[in-house]
Design a protein around this ligand. Structure first.
Ligand code: SF4
Length: 709
């Protein structure tokens, strides 16, 4: 039985898998045995339930043929690829001529491979001249991207998974790593247990999550008091002298004003604001200050906030003042949600960036990309495009003439979902390019394009620790499905850009892309499909070298080991923030703070996991977690049904009473859209306020009330 080595296409941990066909009666019912790839450096053979069951959904509910309809009230009718692509090219040309290129938008996904992302950037940003490409990564980690760029001068997590087993103190804030990044947590938990008492694990989360249960210290802070907490820790570090003056002096700037501000965060005040004890705060600061190495992990609990960038930068401040970066076991590590969100960032897959960690606003960066793409100077607009939520606003205002969605399901995942659906309904022409059908978003599409998914196309994905893995095709494409990059390139050729879309294989696309990383922080010029297929996964930076077989061992696994940063003066930048508080704080009418997140088994909007029996049995229905005292006040018990209402909508959910959540805070899983449950959509309740720097929505906190039914 021949097996194929590849990467799990779910979360940003990026575990290596081995997939072997078990039986092949026909392409629709093919079975596979999936196990962890022991040789993959990131996961070492481990795999969670999602990775282990991935093949169970591979052939279910697939979109097989291009389909179109003139209006949303009509049924879809099957058409040929030529008809569908001609219609798309015709519509784009018409919209560009009549409304301008800014009326064309594409909304992509961290599920796309790097070749897909890169080809889409060339089509939108280069050929059409609009930066209106954004991805669901905007909802996931754009605050981390902004924080890295502003603090260090470039995107890119400076750490690696080996740091999980080399740290003396792990500080996890706003991340339920045990459920959302299970294999990262497995590595950390094993090490923490082995080094019992010697290695400290601090978890900051209003919920006592599966992650918090393993902590030596759980700080169950009030929602969105993270900045106050971290400024409070900084205050103690300063007062006790647990800082690194030499690092501050030689590698940073902006420390003096920062220190002056954190001086105003005495422990008593901080503990009161955060809802923890002074002793807990001092313990956290002591462990941070006295540990030889401190590794922080964070994800949506920090990023999905109207202060997301400020929170992430405040965390980075702690690393800078204590010199906890650029050496084993130390550094600020943002965990990405999706399997190739990192690859998307490298390929320029957000509305303000270009391939190779370049910025749309930088004229030299635009020029470098225009030259590489053989486009006339000025082809790339200097204006960042519409971010994810702004696309919804654009649809609402009638400013968008073509809305192209690829590999994502915004009719479930966007905030303020009724407003989102109304905006989608206003779209004059929506293309949905996806592997699965039906999905909630298909209801709002005029054109459906069947996409080949993981295992049906060969391409590259980069995980959270910058490890790049080649993912080869191992099964036939169902129906008439095509790779996403092939579809983008075909439309580009129809629009008259034959030279720009001359690549015939994904290996050629990747070879072209890596040239745009030359000399950048994310230099991957030493990588190719062939090399990754021959040698296995390799971490970047990986510049071109003369002897390929030595390259993977030549570079350090961490960034900034020389304490020089890619800022104009080589120094990392402190930034000072005060807590602004929740956009929508609780009040007498809406007295609870609603938060939300993933469950261990499900993935996002269930397009795959909702069709896997084992996972459906694990998590059969949506739920609402509530503290026992809140439940008592409302005379509720576990199993009772309630309606949760916010200023925007409502959801009907079954109550689970648990001490593992703070009083006044409620939790809903994010996975149930309209296809999977009646009126249980988490985003019926969320609001659309965004971080003004990263433009990431504050999905994590909304004010709600609970009405027994
Ligand atoms: Fe896949 Fe993430 Fe699970 Fe690893 S931890 S097997 S990447 S879902």
């Amino acid at each position: 039985m021949t097996s194929t080595k590849t990467l799990c296409p779910y979360c940003g941990v990026g575990c290596g898998l081995e997939v072997a066909p078990v039986s092949k009666p026909d392409a629709a019912t093919e079975n596979y045995l999936v196990k962890g790839d022991r040789a993959h450096p990131s996961s070492q053979g481990m795999v969670c339930v999602k990775g282990a069951t991935i093949a169970d959904a591979i052939h279910k509910n697939r979109l097989l043929y291009p389909m179109v309809r003139d209006s949303l009230d009509e049924p879809f009718r099957r058409v040929s690829w030529d008809e569908a692509l001609d219609a798309i090219a015709h519509r784009i040309r018409h919209v560009v001529d009549t409304q301008g290129p800014e009326a064309v938008c594409m909304y992509g996904s961290g599920q796309l491979q790097t070749e897909d992302y890169y080809t889409a950037q060339k089509l939108l940003k280069g050929c059409l001249g609009t930066n209106n490409f954004d991805a669901n990564s905007r909802l996931c980690m754009s605050s981390a991207v902004a924080a890295y760029i502003q603090s260090f001068g470039s995107d890119g997590p400076p750490t690696c998974y080996d740091d999980l087993e080399q740290t003396d103190c792990a500080f996890l804030i706003g991340t339920n790593t045990a459920e959302c990044h299970p294999i990262v947590f497995n590595r950390l938990r094993k090490y923490h247990r082995k080094k019992k008492g010697k290695v400290k694990l601090i978890v900051v989360d209003p919920r006592r999550t599966e992650t918090a249960k393993d902590a030596d210290l759980h700080l169950a802070i009030r929602p969105s008091t993270d900045i106050t907490l971290m400024n409070g820790i900084a205050h103690i570090l300063l007062r006790k002298g647990w800082i690194d003056p030499l690092f501050i002096e030689e590698a940073t700037q902006g420390f003096t004003p920062y220190a002056a501000v954190v001086d105003h965060y005495p422990p008593e005040k901080v503990a009161e604001v955060c809802g923890i004890t002074v002793a807990e705060l001092e313990q956290a600061a002591r462990w941070w200050g006295r540990s030889k190495s401190v590794l922080s992990l964070w994800s949506m609990g920090i990023n999905q906030s109207a202060e997301g960038t400020a929170k992430a930068r405040t965390l980075i401040n702690l690393h800078l003042m204590s010199g906890q970066i650029g050496r084993p076991g130390a550094g600020p590590f943002s965990l990405t949600g999706q399997p190739n969100a990192m690859g998307g960032r490298e390929a320029g897959g957000l509305a303000h960036i270009l391939p190779g960690y370049r910025l749309v606003k930088n004229p030299e960066h635009r020029q470098a990309v225009e030259t590489a793409w053989e486009l006339p100077p000025g082809s790339i607009s200097p204006t960042p495009g519409l971010a994810a939520w702004d696309m919804m606003v654009g649809l609402e205002q009638g400013a968008v003439g073509v809305f192209w969605v690829a590999a994502t399901n915004p009719a479930v995942s966007m905030p303020d979902i009724e407003r989102t659906k109304a905006a989608l309904r206003r779209s004059p022409f929506t293309i949905l390019q996806d592997a699965y059908y039906p999905t909630e978003t298909a209801e709002y599409a005029h054109v459906l394009l069947p996409a080949a998914q993981w295992g049906e196309k060969s391409g590259i994905m980069t995980n959270s620790e910058r490890t790049v893995t080649y993912c080869p095709a191992f099964r036939d494409r169902p129906g008439e499905a095509r790779a996403d990059w092939e579809i983008f390139a075909e439309v580009g050729r129809r629009l008259g850009f034959a030279k720009q879309f001359a690549c015939q294989t994904s290996a050629e696309v990747y070879a072209e892309f890596v040239q745009l990383t030359a000399g950048r922080v994310c230099d991957m010029t030493g990588l190719s499909h062939q090399r990754l297929a021959d040698e296995g996964p390799i971490q970047w930076p990986c510049p071109q070298v003369e002897t390929p077989d030595t390259a993977s061992t030549k570079h350090d696994k961490r960034l900034y080991t020389d304490f020089r940063f890619p800022t104009p003066n080589g120094r990392a930048q402190f930034a000072t923030f005060h807590e602004q508080g929740l956009t929508e704080p609780p009040d007498p009418e809406f007295p609870f703070v609603l938060t939300n997140g993933r469950l261990y088994g499900h993935w996002h909007t269930q397009s795959r996991t909702g069709r896997i029996d084992k996972i459906r049995k694990m998590h059969p229905e949506p739920l609402l977690e509530m503290h026992p005292i809140d439940a008592q006040h409302l005379k509720l018990q576990s199993g009772d049904w309630v309606e949760v209402r916010s200023r925007r909508g409502q959801a009907r959910l079954k109550v689970v009473v648990t001490q593992y959540i703070r009083r006044g805070v409620l939790f809903i899983p994010m996975h149930w859209g309209a296809l999977w449950a009646d009126a249980a959509e988490c985003n019926a309740l969320t609001h659309s306020a965004v971080c003004p720097i990263s433009l990431q929505p504050e999905l994590k906190a909304s004010a709600v009330t609970v009405v027994p039914i």
